[in-house]
Design a protein around this ligand. Structure first.
Ligand SMILES: NC(=O)c1ccc[n+]([C@@H]2O[C@H](COP(=O)([O-])OP(=O)(O)OC[C@H]3O[C@@H](n4cnc5c(N)ncnc54)[C@H](OP(=O)(O)O)[C@@H]3O)[C@@H](O)[C@H]2O)c1
Length: 307
């Protein structure tokens, strides 16, 4: 493999779920100059090696100044924070930033699922803006729903605390999923590629995967981690219509999170909707150690107080 290349990399959202993993993996490469751009009200702190640039994220002049001389801008902002994204992209173009990793870190941008959720379809606009401005290139990092974060918040159809598992149509469809740690590590490896390699990902997706598993396999691992058997659980095998109905009812009852989680995971698990990208995984070509599926599930449940 070719030697790694150090870059000037600016991160926004670096204290978050995937941002903190990306930052720590980039720092451990020890070849990059890292700048964190942070909103003024944030109290998150960073290691001394990080250059911290605090300022209003809706001020394009501030952003263009902060981005001056950067090779890469990585955006890892929360899903609902959409209003400041175009300004960040315009500022990056103004500052001649070569690569932008926009707010992705989820679904395959080409997948059928994109048209099922407004927040996924909106990401097209960001990529188009980068292309229209014509200065920077985007790279969409694809991880699919995170295994660890998903399990700790009742995603994947498995509510560990309530001992309820809704195995969608039997739970045998295989999909790709990534851990937060692997999402950060693989992103750092991507940004450390020599230019001749990195340029191949211009305006395309970069696919990360820790595991290629079915919901049934995730559930079996949860049983091992919780030292329970199926008899201890309320297990159902809902259809698309069942999940959709339950999700709509949850929304009507004001439970947005349950409504979203049920529909979101179910759609990734639907055959042909893009949750299976196993033939496109780029992270398998990186120098990263194998992860242990059962260990990840057990540690996730333990740290969430669920096992
Ligand atoms: N694959 C998955 O399962 C999955 C799940 C969730 C999200 N995602 C994707 O990953 C992206 C990042 O999500 P995340 O969960 O890592 O984000 P997060 O942890 O919720 O937030 C990231 C950081 O953004 C900053 N922030 C918070 N509110 C803000 C605001 N109103 N304005 C500006 N900055 C704000 C905070 O940093 P400071 O306090 O330092 O400013 C926070 O630590 C999402 O947009 C989504 O595309 C994927």
């Amino acid at each position: 493999m070719s030697p790694k290349q150090g870059r000037k990399i600016a991160l926004v959202g670096a204290s978050g779920n995937v941002g903190s993993q990306t930052l720590s993996a980039l720092l451990s490469q020890n070849i990059h100059t890292i700048t964190v751009i942070q909103r003024p009200e944030s109290t998150a702190e960073f290691p001394p090696k990080v250059i911290l640039n605090k300022g209003p994220l809706d001020d394009e002049a501030f952003l263009a100044g902060a981005l001056n001389g950067q090779d890469v801008l990585v955006l890892q902002l929360p899903r609902p924070v959409t209003d400041i994204r175009p300004g960040l992209i315009r500022a990056a173009a103004k500052a001649n930033v070569k690569y932008i990793l926009p707010v992705e870190f989820g679904t395959d941008p080409e997948a059928k699922i994109v048209d099922e959720f407004d927040h996924l379809a909106q990401k097209r606009e960001t990529r188009k803006l980068v292309e229209d401005l014509g200065t920077s290139s985007w790279i969409a990092v694809v991880t699919n729903p995170w295994l660890d974060l998903g399990l700790s918040v009742g995603g994947w159809g498995i509510r560990v605390k309530e001992r309820k598992a809704a195995l969608f149509e039997g739970g045998n469809t295989k999909v790709n999923t990534s851990t937060l740690k692997r999402s950060g590590e693989a992103t750092a490896e991507l940004l450390s590629l020599p230019e001749t390699e990195l340029v191949k990902f211009r305006n395309r997706a970069f696919f990360i995967s820790s595991f290629y598993v079915s919901q049934q396999e995730i559930f079996e691992s949860v049983l091992r981690a919780t030292k329970t058997t199926e008899k201890d659980w309320d297990v159902t095998t809902p259809t698309v219509n069942d999940v959709t109905k339950e999700s709509d009812e949850a929304l009507k009852a004001g439970n947005f999170m349950k409504s979203f989680l049920d529909k979101y995971y179910m759609t990734h698990l639907r055959e042909g909707f893009g949750g299976d990208y196993n033939d496109k995984v780029d992270s398998k070509n990186l120098r990263l150690p194998e992860e242990d599926f059962d260990k990840v599930v057990a540690e996730t449940l333990k740290s969430a107080g669920l096992a």
